[in-house]
Design a protein. Structure first.
Length: 137
């Protein structure tokens, strides 16, 4: 029995090392991937509960598409692009949660400028290029 235990331990180590070599240089998972996978799971559950054959087919194809997209993002070797996608996703949701401030893009250099809400029309000065523009907050 001890020989089987050693064999299983060695097999597990070989599998772990093989997976580590396979994933080297690949992006892996992030918050955007988790949201895509959860959306795919939710749409898959909708396909189970749908009564219509047409909606069942649509939900099934959509759920497979979302899950394949998440797997492709995880296995991608273009880590910079995946990082930028995740960063923009997180910035978007951070802005949605921020109720005290409003965000504007500078018309000249496209720098993101944060200003407090509820101040009416104000003149905003871009901290990067010193461009002045007027917006309603």
């Amino acid at each position: 029995m001890n020989g089987i235990g050693n064999w299983l331990r060695q097999f597990g180590m070989k599998m772990r090392m093989g997976l580590s070599r396979f994933m080297a240089g690949r992006y892996g998972t992030d918050r955007l991937n988790m949201v895509i996978l959860c959306a795919g799971l939710f749409v898959s559950l909708l396909s189970v509960w749908s009564k219509s054959v047409m909606w069942d087919l649509i939900f099934t194809v959509l759920s497979y598409g979302l899950m394949i997209w998440a797997i492709c993002r995880s296995l991608s070797r273009n880590t910079y692009k995946r990082y930028q996608e995740n960063r923009k996703f997180l910035q978007f949701f951070d802005r949605l949660k921020d109720r005290k401030n409003k965000y504007f893009d500078c018309p000249k250099c496209h720098q993101m400028v944060r200003v407090p809400r509820g101040k009416g029309k104000i003149a905003i000065t871009c901290p990067k290029c010193r461009e002045r523009f007027i917006r309603k907050t």
